[in-house]
Write a protein that binds this ligand. Structure first.
Ligand code: ZN
Length: 125
């Protein structure tokens, strides 16, 4: 899972398609993300040596079109001949709350961190 996130960050299309289950693999991938900000794993089920399927719930924060958004997905994985493959996922887009912890993992509040990343002029207060 983490390796797939890293592959998304590095835009390693070959790796992402190789680890995608053959029955569900798309022909190509579109990267309409300007910058990945952070990954938070919320839940893992299965995925151990004796399992044939696994489930990972995660939140991945990214920047696109000057906005910070969070992809919240529950992904399904399948084990084929000892290798794990991504099958599919149920996902939704979220906006981080202004007072929530920033999804980039800085530990700061979102409004004091990535929410202001594209602000050009400092605000007078
Ligand atoms: Zn941040």
């Amino acid at each position: 899972m983490r390796s797939r996130y890293v592959a998304f960050v590095l835009r390693r299309q070959d790796y992402l398609l190789r680890t995608w289950h053959a029955d569900h693999r798309p022909l190509r991938l579109d990267f309409d993300v300007d910058r990945w900000l952070g990954l938070e794993i919320l839940r893992c089920e299965g995925g151990m040596e004796h399992d044939v399927s696994g489930l990972v719930e995660f939140r991945a924060a990214f920047e696109a079109d000057g906005e910070c958004r969070v992809l919240h997905e529950v992904s399904r994985f399948k084990c084929v001949d000892g290798c794990w493959f991504y099958v599919d996922g149920v996902c939704r887009m979220e906006h981080p709350g202004r007072n929530a912890r920033c999804p980039c993992g800085s530990g700061r509040r979102f409004k004091r961190c990535c929410s202001s990343m594209r602000r050009t002029a400092p605000r007078n207060s």
